[in-house]
Design a protein around this ligand. Structure first.
Ligand code: TA6
Length: 301
């Protein structure tokens, strides 16, 4: 078991990486680079904070989030793996897989060239194999500079082929959902989860959120931009090796129905999720690996 003391001894880096007790008594890493800071909980491998020095955080965190074993943190960047949403055929399996409620192990920490990175790992256990009978090594590298880079590598350490879905379920902090404009998905087909999974095509104009929105955009490698006039910035979410993007805002009723989400918090967030889900699930042969990367940055308007 990695304790605060052993973590700081082995992976603490002067001026860049320290480990401390965070909310709910959970261990978190505090990362600092020349121009930014971040916080990453070992619970779920969960990035809960990223901000450029002197600027408002880019990630939304719910004030009502739980920080306890077995529960996902609400906000930041949940790691949804090895399935996305409800697991078809297994109603008792946890939503969005087990990675976001597992304790990840610190495997490395590095500072170089103005960047600070932390590498976390998650391997199969008897418990995970009961739930999902595969051997795996998930390796998650969080790197901060003037932007946040999250690199999720999955290795199939088992004897047979392995199929999984994955999503870096990024909650972005915005001043007002009603004035936000999302660009990058024009003309892309999507599955509308608020309309019986109907397949539709996104129009060409910048997208505005005017109701509960829960869409899986398919066959898209595009960078998404969220224009926030209120904060005079645009947040840019780019990606590598991801074929799908989910856009989600719970709106009023769903926000009220979530105990770990403030009734009015739907107004100050939108999820732009970097994924391989649905038709884009990943299949790995024994010994093979796959890397998906999400990069979150911002520019002034
Ligand atoms: O990514 C959108 C979504 O799949 C929504 O359907 C909603 O369930 C959201 O994820 C949050 O899921 P969670 O299990 O974190 O409450």
């Amino acid at each position: 078991m990695q304790t605060l003391q052993t973590l700081n001894q082995q992976f603490g880096r002067e001026g860049g990486v320290t480990f401390e007790t965070g909310s709910g008594g959970l261990v978190r890493a505090v990362l600092r680079s020349a121009g930014s800071e971040a916080q990453v909980y070992l619970h779920g491998g969960h990035v809960t904070h990223f901000a450029k020095v002197g600027e408002r955080p880019l990630l939304f965190m719910s004030n009502e989030s739980l920080f306890q074993a077995g529960k996902a943190i609400r906000g930041g960047v949940p790691i949804c793996w090895p399935w996305f949403g409800p697991r078809s055929g297994y109603p008792e399996s946890p939503m969005h897989g087990f990675a976001r409620t597992s304790l990840w192990t610190v495997e490395g920490a590095e500072m170089s060239g103005g960047e600070t990175s932390l590498r976390l790992g998650l391997k199969d256990t008897e418990e995970t194999r009961k739930l999902w009978p595969n051997g795996f090594w998930a390796r998650y590298t969080v790197t901060i500079s003037d932007r946040l880079t999250m690199r999720l590598e999955v290795v199939n350490t088992g004897q047979g082929p392995m199929q999984f879905e994955e999503a870096l379920h990024t909650y972005l902090a915005i001043s007002d959902i009603k004035s936000a404009e999302i660009e990058g998905l024009g003309g892309v087909d999507y599955v509308d989860k608020t309309d019986g999974m109907a397949v539709k095509t996104q129009g060409g104009k910048p997208m505005r959120i005017v109701e509960e929105t829960d869409r899986i955009y398919l066959n898209t490698k595009s960078t998404c931009t969220v224009r926030d006039a209120g904060l005079k910035r645009k947040i840019v979410v780019s990606k590598e090796n991801s074929e799908a993007t989910v856009v989600w805002n719970p709106w009023i009723a769903k926000a009220k129905a979530m105990a770990d989400f403030g009734d009015n918090e739907w107004q100050s967030m939108v999820c732009i999720e970097t994924c391989n889900v649905n038709a884009h699930a990943v299949t790995l042969a024994p010994g093979a690996s796959h890397v998906m990367t999400a990069i979150v940055g911002s520019q002034s308007l």
